[in-house]
Ligand binder design. Structure first.
Ligand SMILES: Nc1ncnc2c1ncn2[C@@H]1O[C@H](COP(=O)(O)OP(=O)(O)OP(=O)(O)O)[C@@H](O)[C@H]1O
Length: 692
């Protein structure tokens, strides 16, 4: 668009000046006869000028458009310049037309004044008549015969530069003749003047036409100028809009960049998701493959099941028939069931009656059991009133039961088990093991493993077996275990670690006025519900028990140990509770100081042991003789066993004697002690039972 507009430079270019030389008034065009007229008349000069001008214009009009600005009258009014006339030569050149300013020509030197626009804008060919000083005033005019119509001025100028021709034509002959018209003779001034006027008229018309074109061009130029201004304002608006658009574009580009970045992140995330999905798809395809294989297997199985179902259907028909037969049998059996139910009801009534009889029988058994034991004690007491000495020197003792070397641990426990049973019935029971050191007291009470198990483990098993049997009759029992020892007349809790009982003191207290129970302060009582728990406690107590080596027994127990089991039973159906206890006492071994060879600490232990055993004998004698004062508190042992010795208790003493002849003296002492105890009737134990 800009290319269609006139550039400012072209628009502002100075107007082209069309300078017409003083055509027809220059000297060379005049004949010698005219040159002598130094002061020609105005009419004569005018005719001469018009003659030259017409000649010039006629030459140029044949091949060029000639634009002449200014009326021809201006030329006629213009005064001749004689001084310059001979120095100027007419020069009309297409190539050297002065288009634009011609500084070589002084202002006003040419014909016409100025033109506001360049002729180059008016037509394709430009013609300016430019006068310039002639190089010489003596140059002969170009012969008219050498000029040819249409020959450009340059050629004529060049011709003028050549040496003058021999035949010189008069100046008037240089005027251009109208086309088709014969050359007027020189004397036909009037005709030539008419030709010139004709030429002037044509040029005037052409000039008018050019002026019209110029006016149109200026109008067009004005329109273009306005259009340019409009376009400039539009350009301004467009520029501001463009800036806004650019700002929006920058903003959009920033948003686009963010979108691209977020898009890339999303793309990466999507790519990761796609990879995961592809992996998942592959896994699912594998699963599908496996499922397809499983499906095939299942289809085979279904087919097999269908075959089986078909077989079953056939079998069902058979079974249906059998069922019908069986239904008939069931109906028959139904009648039998009715009669059997009646019989069952009778049987249940009978069982209830038998159970009641059983409970009554159990109670009666317990009563008889207790009476048997009491009668046995009385009979034994009467029979053991004295020992007999034979003439042979043999001494005879009689006891409830004597176990020889061939008897087993089971035989010993069978005798003891009846007392253990009394514990479950609500009695206090105490079993002593008395004897010389190394005579087998600990073996009898604890024993070994398996068939060598002693009274304590067998008692535990027996009690739990009986508890299970009595549970069928509705009895529920709770048990607590405590194990202690009396070492050097001091009580020690064998179920507590020495560190825990460092600052604890143990005191023996009676729990009631009847001295039915004794209680040791700070003693640990452990609730048990299984034999295994009791075995663990026995091992713990064994690890805490004081054992020292002596000459008589490599593992001699140097203390009295007391295993105590407290039982509490409840029978909800009879609303009865019973409380019993079982004390199994492994006494320290008696020994003569002279034979044991004890010294130092061992000697102190032996003295304490013998003193406590001696006091035990004294207590039993006091009880037997029904003395008012029984010295229970002379030793910890008798004080602890006060309830078992003189209270409400069933007490059994086991005496262990050695078969060795070397131990005969200790054996006799032990047998005498046992005979003394056996002769002692400490009273009748009562059952610790009550209704709740
Ligand atoms: N009836 C028996 N059958 C087999 N071995 C026995 C029997 N009686 C005791 N013994 C063994 O004799 C040894 C001494 O027995 P035990 O330790 O029981 O004597 P003790 O009277 O407890 O001695 P102490 O009074 O010094 O503790 C042990 O090795 C024990 O196994």
């Amino acid at each position: 668009m800009a290319s269609k507009l006139p550039t400012p430079s072209s628009r502002l270019r100075p107007p082209t000046r069309l300078q017409l030389p003083a055509v027809g008034v220059s000297g060379p065009k005049r004949r010698a006869s005219d040159e002598g007229d130094s002061n020609p008349s105005p009419s004569k000069r005018t005719r001469s000028s018009l003659k030259d001008l017409g000649s010039s214009l006629s030459q140029g009009s044949e091949n060029s458009k000639v634009s002449i600005m200014g009326p021809p009258t201006t030329v006629l009014r213009r005064p001749a310049v004689p001084a310059a006339r001979n120095k100027m030569r007419r020069s009309v050149s297409m190539a050297s037309l002065a288009v634009g300013s011609n500084t070589r020509n002084p202002p006003g030197a040419g014909f016409g004044s100025t033109l506001s626009r360049s002729n180059s804008k008016l037509s394709g060919s430009n013609i300016s008549l430019t006068g310039r000083p002639s190089s010489t005033t003596t140059r002969a005019p170009v012969a008219a015969s050498t000029r040819r119509p249409g020959t450009n001025i340059t050629s004529r100028v060049n011709n003028a530069a050549r040496p003058p021709a021999a035949s010189k034509a008069p100046a008037t002959e240089t005027a251009q003749l109208p086309a088709g018209r014969s050359k007027r003779p020189a004397w036909d001034t009037k005709g030539r003047l008419q030709d010139m006027e004709e030429t002037v008229r044509l040029l005037t018309a052409e000039r008018q036409d050019n002026q019209d074109k110029l006016a149109k061009f200026e109008s067009k130029l004005s329109e273009l100028h306005h259009e340019k201004q409009s376009l400039n304002s539009h350009l301004t608006v467009t520029s501001s809009a463009s800036l806004e658009k650019q700002a929006q574009l920058d903003k959009l580009q920033a948003q686009l960049l963010e979108l691209e970045q977020s898009g890339e992140a999303k793309c990466r995330s999507l790519e990761r998701s796609i990879r995961r999905l592809e992996e998942d798809l592959a896994a699912r395809e594998r699963d599908n493959k496996n499922l397809s294989a499983d499906l095939d297997i299942k289809i085979d199985e279904i087919n097999a099941l269908k075959r089986t179902l078909s077989e079953c259907t056939s079998a069902q028909a058979l079974v249906t028939a059998q069922l019908a037969a069986a239904t008939a049998q069931v109906a028959e059996r139904g009648a039998e069931v009715v009669s059997l139910r009646a019989a069952l009801s009778d049987a249940q009534s009978e069982i209830s009656a038998l159970r009641r009889d059983l409970l009554q029988g159990e109670a009666f058994r317990k009563k008889l059991h207790n009476q048997v034991q009491e009668l046995k004690v009385r009979a034994d007491s009467s029979s053991m009133s004295g020992l007999r000495s034979h003439a042979s020197g043999a001494v005879e003792f009689a006891y409830d039961r004597v176990f020889g070397p061939k008897h087993t641990q089971a035989d010993v426990f069978e005798e003891v088990s009846q007392l253990v049973q009394s514990t479950l019935d609500g009695y206090n029971v105490c079993v002593f093991a008395y004897g010389q050191t190394g005579s087998g007291k600990t073996y009898t009470m604890e024993g070994g493993s398996g068939s060598d198990a002693g009274i304590i483990p067998r008692t535990v098993d027996h009690i739990f077996t009986e508890m299970t049997r009595l549970a069928e009759q509705g009895w529920e029992y709770k048990m607590e275990v405590s194990i202690l020892e009396i070492y050097n007349e001091a009580l020690r809790d064998l179920l507590a670690s020495p560190a825990d009982v460092k600052n604890l003191s143990y005191e023996i207290k009676l729990t009631d006025a009847r001295s039915a129970h004794t209680h040791v302060t700070n003693l640990r009582l452990v609730s048990v519900s299984s034999p295994e728990e009791i075995y663990e406690l026995l091992q713990l107590a064994q690890s805490h028990r004081a054992v020292a080596a002596t000459n008589m027994n490599a593992r001699s127990s140097r203390s009295h140990s007391v295993f105590r089991l407290a039982l509490s039973g409840t029978q909800a159906s009879s609303a009865t509770t019973v409380q019993g206890s079982l004390s199994l006492v492994d006494l320290a071994g008696s020994e003569r100081l002279k034979e044991s060879g004890s010294q130092g600490a061992r000697l102190t232990e032996t003295q304490n042991i013998n003193r406590s055993l001696s006091n035990l004998g004294n207590v039993i004698m006091a009880i037997a003789q029904k003395q008012s004062h029984v010295p229970y508190r002379n030793s910890k042992l008798t004080h602890l066993l006060q309830a078992s010795l003189g209270g409400n208790s069933k007490t059994l003493m086991l005496v262990n004697v050695s078969p060795l002849d070397a131990c005969i003296n200790e054996t006799l002492n032990s047998l005498r002690f046992a005979a003394k105890v056996n002769a002692c009737h400490i009273g009748t134990a009562s059952k610790m039972a009550k209704k709740v």
